[in-house]
Design a protein around this ligand. Structure first.
Ligand SMILES: [Ca+2]
Ligand SMILES: [Ca+2]
Ligand SMILES: [Ca+2]
Length: 231
């Protein structure tokens, strides 16, 4: 082999090596991108805990099925309750459902039966981050029986003053609701946080009617969370 052919052969070999190395780098980069894809997902944990559950036998639990009544409407955290007076007229029912059949509870259905003005109830639950990246719970979505949806970004006004909700679609608020605990708190994968609601029936609520609504929660990737400034 003369010098010209030898130089040409080495040049081809060098090009082949460079192409080979480039191909390997491209493969490893592609693999890394795939591995880093995450998922935002949360679920309601079973069971929820709530006051004055329907179907409790007399004498069971703290209230024995006797109704609680709110005597004033102060800020959340200070709802004044009259002691149960031995009346069991209304009751509260809370059920979780899996509306998209993925094996996780995503919706909480609350029904207040045979209630009357100043009837008070409380619902507490736990939420787990079963996705793969940290999230924050951002909004609460309330759906009433006629399909109307209301979105609440939880801010100081919602927590302290409560929200007025029209549950039967007649344009008049039927309940006042306060929510609290752990909105906007960073939740790592496999971590659970407790949350709760306080509900008081208003004077304008319909008589002889069950009041129903459902709740879903919206979580966002932890670094996409923002809260509007309090009004
Ligand atoms: Ca009761
Ligand atoms: Ca589900
Ligand atoms: Ca109404």
């Amino acid at each position: 082999m003369n010098k010209t052919y030898r130089a040409l052969a080495l040049g081809v070999l060098a090009v082949m090596l460079v192409v080979g190395i480039s191909a390997m780098w491209a493969n490893s980069l592609r693999t890394n991108v795939t591995v880093k894809t995450g998922e935002v997902h949360i679920r309601f944990d079973y069971p929820p805990i709530y006051l004055d559950a329907c179907g409790l036998p007399p004498g069971y639990g703290a209230s024995g099925g006797y109704d609680y009544n709110a005597s004033t409407f102060p800020a959340r955290g200070g709802v004044q309750l009259a002691a149960p007076e031995g009346k069991d007229v209304g009751c509260t029912d809370v059920q979780l459902s899996d509306t998209d059949n993925d094996g996780d509870y995503d919706t909480m259905n609350i029904t207040i039966h045979n209630a009357y003005p100043w009837y008070y109830t409380h619902v507490a639950w736990s939420v787990t981050n079963d996705g793969t990246i940290p999230v924050k719970i951002w909004r609460i979505i309330i759906t009433t029986i006629n399909g109307n949806q209301t979105y609440y970004e939880v801010n100081a006004a919602g927590v302290e003053d409560g929200a007025y909700l029209d549950l039967n679609g007649d344009g008049i608020a039927d309940v006042r609701m306060w929510w609290g605990d752990n909105f906007g708190v960073q939740m790592h994968p496999n971590v659970s946080l407790d949350m709760s609601l306080d509900i008081v029936i208003l004077q304008e609520a319909p008589q002889n009617a069950d009041l129903s609504f459902s709740i879903t929660l919206q979580a966002v990737q932890w670094n996409e969370y923002s809260v509007p400034s309090p009004e």
